[in-house]
Design a protein around this ligand. Structure first.
Ligand code: FES
Length: 185
């Protein structure tokens, strides 16, 4: 049985009280659990299923549907590079190759390269098409990428001085939600 922090248990409690049907809390619970643990372990899946009083297979089906949910370990900084159409047309593939080169050995599911500091994943559109090419590091967004900018960003995380992320939606000045974008302890 997975044990979660008291803070996460409190979040779960509030979530379960917020919906008329417990099952509606499934995806947010999985995201919060993943944020805390780093990935969705078999024990975490069992624990979520028990709290929601649904079969474990239903939890696994949801995980299989949502690509942001992981059943494999990731690095402390999970780098997601978009190569969907807008990003592809503006150099997304080059950015991905550059990240592969810079983060040699880092791949989602490998536990992360550089002794678990980074993991790398090619992803579909993340809703930043107007500012392509784009990538995401944990919950931090970065836009209008060039290989040089990618180097600055990755070096910042590597040094323990993460760069200031771009607003999730440039133009409205929205800052990342409190607590988002921070690496796991
Ligand atoms: S195509 Fe890359 S963010 Fe939409």
């Amino acid at each position: 049985m997975a044990t979660f922090s008291p803070e996460l248990e409190e979040r779960f409690r509030k979530l379960l009280a917020s919906y008329p049907h417990k099952r509606s809390a499934l995806v947010p619970m999985l995201l919060y659990a993943q944020d805390e643990i780093g990935w969705l372990t078999p024990e975490a899946i069992t624990a979520v299923a028990e709290r929601l009083e649904i079969p474990e297979i239903a939890v696994r089906e949801a995980i299989g549907y949502y690509s942001m949910l992981r059943t494999q370990p990731a690095g402390r900084y999970h780098v997601q590079v978009c190569t969907n159409i807008s990003c592809l047309l503006r150099g997304g593939e080059r950015i991905l190759q550059h990240c592969r080169h810079r983060l040699d050995g880092a791949a989602a599911g490998s536990g992360g390269g550089e002794e678990g500091t980074f993991s790398l994943e090619e992803v579909e559109c993340m809703g930043a098409c107007s500012w392509a090419p784009a990538m995401q590091v944990n919950y931090d967004f970065f836009h209008h990428l060039t290989p040089e900018r990618v180097d600055q960003i990755l070096d910042g995380y590597r040094r323990g001085a993460p760069p200031r992320p771009d607003p999730a939606y440039p133009g409205n000045g929205a800052a990342p939600a409190e607590g988002k974008g921070k690496p796991r302890a």
